[in-house]
Design a binder for this molecule. Structure first.
Ligand SMILES: C[S@@+](CC[C@H](N)C(=O)[O-])C[C@H]1O[C@@H](n2cnc3c(N)ncnc32)[C@H](O)[C@@H]1O
Length: 233
């Protein structure tokens, strides 16, 4: 497992602790007024999970790491925790799964969702190579500068390499600099569409996660922060 989720987990939680209130409103709205129970595979320390609970949803978060007492330790490619009204999986978490693991995950999700339920997945599809995102976050007296980019990819193998750089400007780890390159799955609109087509779920919409209004896009859209809506028929 990447150092980002072990020795660097507190820095990771800081740099991704940006304001998700409007995104959580949008997710709750898309899941629908009849949605009461939600599952979040790969919930990490529970950033989105907590935001959805503040909106009255009962969220079950699962992760392969025991990040806190409320997180259920389970592998998202094979679990059985009952049936939920909706599901969400933000910030490219599914990119950690290989192509065959993603197929197993979608099978597991179809068993975990009630008929008519939506699964909102934020997954990069053919994101630009070499374009770095840079941002800074201050939280709990910790101040971290972050850089993230897709450094290179092997399209035929369906793999790409992401570079992350965290510079700790203030806090108990001040002065630390951590640079890491880790492999993620590479998806195109065609390969992602094909794996969903082969699953029991249906791919019903794509939205632009970089815009506050999250407009609907064409199924051929590419980018690093796309939201995909899947339906359990
Ligand atoms: C990008 S983080 C996202 C955390 C959280 N969803 C958020 O929005 O902050 C990905 C998470 O997925 C978890 N993960 C990776 N592979 C997994 C698997 N096969 N089953 C369950 N969790 C997994 C990691 O431990 C990590 O916490």
């Amino acid at each position: 497992m990447s150092d980002l989720y072990t020795t660097l987990a507190d820095l990771y939680d800081t740099v991704f602790d940006w304001d998700i209130e409007s995104e959580a409103d949008w997710i709750a709205e898309r899941l629908g007024s009849g949605c009461r129970t939600v599952i979040e595979p790969g919930c990490g320390s529970g950033r989105m999970f907590a935001a959805l609970e503040r909106r009255g949803l009962a969220v079950t978060g699962i992760d392969v790491r025991g990040t806190n007492a409320t997180v259920v330790l389970a592998d998202m490619t094979d679990f059985d925790l009952g049936v939920f009204d909706g599901a969400v999986c933000p910030i490219n978490t599914l990119g950690h799964l290989s192509h065959s693991e993603l197929a197993s995950h979608l099978e597991a999700m179809s068993r975990a969702l009630a008929p008519g339920a939506s699964y909102l997945v934020q997954l990069a599809v053919d994101a630009p190579v070499g374009e770095a995102s840079r941002w800074e976050v201050e939280r709990d007296e910790q101040h971290v500068r972050a850089l993230w980019s897709v450094e290179s990819r092997d399209a035929d193998a369906g793999v790409e390499w992401h570079r992350s750089l965290f510079e700790v400007v203030a806090g108990h780890r001040a002065g630390e600099v951590h640079e890491e390159v880790h492999a993620m799955s590479f998806w195109t609109p065609e390969t992602w569409g094909a794996v969903v087509d082969a699953s029991p779920l249906e791919w019903t919409a794509v939205y632009d996660g970089t815009s506050p209004s999250r407009p609907r896009l064409d199924f051929t859209a590419t980018g690093g922060l796309l939201w995909h809506e899947l339906l359990r028929p």
